[in-house]
Design a protein around this ligand. Sequence first.
Ligand code: SAM
Length: 214
Amino acid sequence: MNILSPEIKKYISEHSYPEDGVLYELYRETNLKIMHPRMLSGAAQGQFLQLLASLSSAHSILEIGTYTGYSAICLARGMKKDGLLHTIDIKEELFDIAAKYFKKAGLQNKITQHTGDALKIIPTLTQHFDIIFIDADKKNYPRYFDLCIGKLKPGGLLIADNVLWNGKVIENPLPTDADTQGVLNYNKKVQDCEKLENVLLPLRDGLMLARKIS
Ligand SMILES: C[S@@+](CC[C@H](N)C(=O)[O-])C[C@H]1O[C@@H](n2cnc3c(N)ncnc32)[C@H](O)[C@@H]1O
């Protein structure tokens, strides 16, 4: 299901702050060399993430799902100068391309890359975060919620990508469709959580933005 027409997407892109040369190069290289380039956040969502990091004066950010590093660069650019972003990806082969672009963006000292299963790495992180961005395997979104909610500072933002999952959330998915079930359970957990105030934004494939009240 296409939530937005190509014309509207074009109009949105023409009326959003443009991506710079580093992000454009990363977008190009990802499209030329890496599998599933549609996973990359892209200019409008990237700019939105940067604005969120900047508006919330974030010092500490956790990202689950680095891929080639696009969203990490955007979030890190919005962070305070002395901020630190931790980003996790299970695929070792993506480490170098992300690291290359973190360096090109001058962010190598603000971003710590972790390689491995986020379900195992998150419990080893002892700090609390101003922003947690969930953008990895959809079937585990509810588990990421459980692991992350206690690691979010009061006033912190919990953001999750692909929460409309290409429209499948309203299509009576089979119980065996683990990804769609994961997204549905995540959205319900956020909606039911008394510690959060939230809005589901129809940006790209759906972005759940939630703020921890206490
Ligand atoms: C949608 S992509 C992330 C896109 C990136 N945040 C961006 O906007 O440019 C999802 C990533 O999650 C990673 N991933 C999947 N399962 C994971 C897991 N259990 N632990 C850590 N990373 C995982 C994949 O390897 C993939 O690179």
